[in-house]
Write a protein that binds this ligand. Sequence first.
Ligand code: HEC
Ligand code: HEC
Length: 379
Amino acid sequence: MIDKNRYRIVSVLAALAVSAPALSAQPPQLSEEQSAAAAANYQQYCALCHGEDRQGHVNDHAPSLRSTSLMTSGMREIYFTTSYGRFGTPMAAYLDEMGGPMTKYEIRDLTLWLQSHVATEPYTPSYDAVDGDIDVGKKIYAEQCASCHGQNGEGGTGTALGNQAMLSLTTDNFLRYAIEHGRDGTEMAAFGETLSDEEIDGVTAFLRSRATGWTVEKPVLRSPPPAGDYVLNPDSPKAEFNLKDDLYVMSADLLEALQARKRIVLLDTRSPAQWQVYNIEGSVPIPYYTEYSELDTFLQDLPDDGTMIVTYCACPRAAAERVNTMIRELGFTNTAVLWEGIRGWVSFGYPVYQGQTTAEVQPAATGAGQTAGGAPSGP
Ligand code: HEC
Ligand code: HEC
């Protein structure tokens, strides 16, 4: 029993060490304190979308973080996805150097903590490329996968399989494992039961073919506005809205108020890493995991004159509602939550400030090893 346990922890670390050498020097087992800290980090940063019990699909179709399938095959991917996020989806980067709130050690501990709930021994998918017939895969994808994962891999109930960040941070064999074994406890079926090995190879190769000549977008970070600039149009009359359910403001009404240069405060409650990539101009990043005391300090910098405070996120509303509730509890009652969220806002074609991005074209990913090697591990 003890030996088995030791084997398990060593192999988990081996899995992390392959791609994250800096982590291998750390203690091999989570202490009670580390475990408690990881559990608290999970509740603070992840539960909103992935669920208090890691069950997934609470907001934004965030995947299950307790399926045996993912926990067995995905240590490396969980670590990287949590660190770097999946640009273009609601899954943000949580690593401090990416603008997120956690250190790499906290992310490693959280990864180990998630895995510790599952009784199986982790399996590390090889870096080898999966060879398969792309045409066969393309047909299977259209017939059996697109309904959940989107015609162009843009995602739906299933994750965005055409997402560049996802494809760059995962190996072929990790994807193949998910297709063959499914994700227990979710809508993702085990296709090993209905497709042949060749067909699974084909659909894996098809997904990988979407990553040929893939582009990594690197956001250029900028600082949040200083305290003096929190209120937009401070000398104008305050914005007033007809709120739905005494809480929600519609995108069209918010746009009108901004165009009429009304006095207003806009709070972006997503992770600051996402704020830096694109946001509604003039917004201040106040992430959903902000503590009461920090929020209280922040609110003291605002004039106590009934200026409308609008919170928004991409969830479309869960994170914004959480911060809005706290703000109201702290005594500010003229507040609202953006009904459609920032993705709805963008879909209406309303203006956003785009953090400048520099596109770096990577060489075609011929093997998964190269792909993972090209993952953004540097500063
Ligand atoms: C705002 C909602 C949200 C929050 C908060 C969030 N996630 Fe996610 N996460 C998502 C979504 C949505 C996806 C799927 C994105 C896609 O690929 O389409 C995802 C994907 C993932 C994946 C990939 C899983 C897989 O099946 O490959 C991991 C791992 C993950 N998140 C871990 C975390 C961790 C750990 C935290 C907390 C530190 C966290 N997430 C916080 C929304 C969220
Ligand atoms: C009924 C909906 C549905 C269908 C059909 C479906 N999937 Fe999925 N798939 C999902 C969901 C949902 C997830 C995320 C699992 C979770 O919630 O943890 C997923 C996850 C995956 C993953 C893991 C991706 C990641 O982000 O880690 C892969 C790979 C995948 N699916 C491939 C396929 C392929 C290939 C097909 C077709 C042969 C397919 N899926 C068909 C719903 C579906």
